[in-house]
Write a protein that binds this ligand. Structure first.
Ligand SMILES: NC(=O)c1ccc[n+]([C@@H]2O[C@H](COP(=O)([O-])OP(=O)(O)OC[C@H]3O[C@@H](n4cnc5c(N)ncnc54)[C@H](OP(=O)(O)O)[C@@H]3O)[C@@H](O)[C@H]2O)c1
Length: 312
C-alpha cells in the first residue's frame, strides 16, 4: 500500500513538473530566462535572448525617404538607441542609412524590423532582403508583423537566421493570449518580445501580465494614440491635468505611464523638438498612475491616483 502511495506521489510530481514547463513556456534549452524588469539607470531591459534592449526608442511608421533619415538621425542625436522599422513601412534603407552615418558604434544601436504576412511564404528571401536594405551587418530583432498563413514556417526561417548569426533576437507583433498559446508550442526559440497596441485608451491590462509571465518583454505601438487619435489623447483632460501639475507634457506623462507598466515605448515623430521631449523621461518609478479604466470609447479618462512626485 505504501509502495503504491509512493508511486502515485512520484507520478504526481512528474505530471506537475511537465505542466509547469508548458505553462511557463520558458526553460527551452536555447533561451535565457530571467528578470525582464526595466533598469531605469541604464534605460535597458535584458531580453531572454541574452541581449539588452533600450526601453524607449523611435517608431518610423509613416516616415520615409529624407524625412526618415533626418528623424532617425535626430533621435540618435537625442540619445535614442532603439529604432522600430518594418518591411511594410518602406523605409528600411533610410533607417540603415541613418544608423550607418551616425558615427555611433553599431553595437550601441538596436534595430527592430518585421516581416509582413505577404512575405511569410518565402521568409528566407525576405530576411535576406531586409539585411540588404538595412545594410547594418545584422538585425537586432525581427518580428512577424501579424499572424498569418505560414507564420510558423516564417518564424522557423527566422530561427535559422539566428543560428546563422544574421538576426539576434526574435519577436511577434499583434499576437494576443490565444495566438501565443497556440503558436509557442510550435517553435524552438522563444520570442523575446511582443509588440502590441498599448496606450491609455487601449490599456491591455490582461494581456500585458500574461506576456510578462512568459518572460517576454512587451513593446507598445501607438503609444501616443497613433495617427488620427494623438491630438485627442494628448488633449485628454486627466492627462493634461497630470502634465500641468508636474510641469511635463502630455506625451511625457503617457510615455512614462507606459514605462511604469513595463511597456517599452517607440513613439513616432518627425519633429526634433518632440523627439527630444520624448526622451526626457524621469527615471524614478511609481510616481503616478492613470487610473486603470477600460475605455470603450475615446472619452475622457475618469480618474487619477497620484502616489508621488513626477518631478523628483
Ligand atoms: N506592429 C504594428 O502593427 C504597428 C502598428 C502601428 C505602429 N507601429 C510602430 O509604433 C510606432 C508608433 O506609432 P505611430 O508613430 O503610428 O503613432 P504614435 O507614436 O502613437 O503617435 C505619433 C504621432 O504623435 C506625434 N508626437 C510624437 N511625439 C510627440 C510629442 N512629444 N508631442 C506632441 N506630439 C507628438 C507625432 O507627430 P510629430 O511628427 O509632429 O511629432 C505623430 O503625429 C510606429 O512608428 C511604428 O514603429 C507598429
Amino acid at each position: 500500500m505504501k509502495r503504491l502511495y509512493n508511486l502515485m506521489l512520484v507520478c504526481l510530481l512528474i505530471v506537475s513538473l511537465s505542466a509547469c514547463g508548458k505553462q511557463a513556456g520558458t526553460g527551452r534549452d536555447n533561451t535565457v530566462t530571467g528578470d525582464i524588469s526595466f533598469n531605469f539607470e541604464t534605460k535597458t531591459v535584458l531580453l531572454n535572448s541574452g541581449y539588452e534592449m533600450p526601453i524607449y526608442g523611435i517608431g518610423t511608421y509613416s516616415l520615409t525617404g529624407d524625412t526618415c533619415v533626418e528623424s532617425v538621425t535626430a533621435a540618435l542625436n537625442s540619445g535614442v538607441r532603439l529604432i522600430d522599422t518594418a518591411y511594410m513601412y518602406h523605409n528600411e534603407e533610410s533607417v540603415g542609412e541613418a544608423v550607418r552615418n551616425s558615427g555611433i558604434p553599431r553595437e550601441e544601436i538596436f534595430v527592430v524590423t518585421k516581416l509582413y504576412p505577404n512575405q511569410f511564404s518565402d521568409a528566407e528571401a525576405a530576411i535576406e532582403e531586409a539585411l540588404v536594405k538595412l545594410d547594418i551587418d545584422y538585425i537586432d530583432m525581427m518580428l512577424l508583423h501579424h499572424p498569418g498563413t505560414d507564420d510558423v514556417e516564417a518564424y522557423q526561417a527566422m530561427e535559422k537566421a539566428v543560428t546563422d548569426g544574421k538576426i539576434r533576437s526574435l519577436g511577434l507583433s499583434n499576437w494576443y493570449v490565444e495566438e501565443l498559446e497556440e503558436f509557442i508550442p510550435q517553435i524552438n526559440i522563444m520570442p523575446a518580445l511582443v509588440q502590441n497596441e498599448i496606450h491609455p485608451y487601449y490599456q491591455e491590462n490582461d494581456v500585458i501580465p500574461y506576456i510578462h509571465s512568459l518572460g517576454l518583454v512587451v513593446q507598445g505601438w501607438y503609444p501616443l494614440g497613433g495617427r488620427g487619435y494623438t491630438a485627442e489623447l494628448l488633449g485628454n483632460e486627466v492627462i493634461s491635468e497630470i502634465a500641468a501639475a508636474h510641469g511635463k507634457s502630455s506625451a511625457q506623462v503617457i510615455l512614462r505611464w507606459n514605462l511604469q507598466k513595463g511597456v517599452v515605448v517607440i513613439p513616432g515623430s518627425s519633429n526634433p523638438d518632440h523627439i527630444q521631449e520624448n526622451v526626457e523621461l524621469k527615471q524614478r518609478s511609481c510616481c503616478f498612475s492613470i487610473c486603470e479604466y477600460k475605455l470603450k470609447t475615446h472619452t475622457a479618462l475618469s480618474c487619477l491616483v497620484e502616489t508621488g512626485d513626477f518631478q523628483r
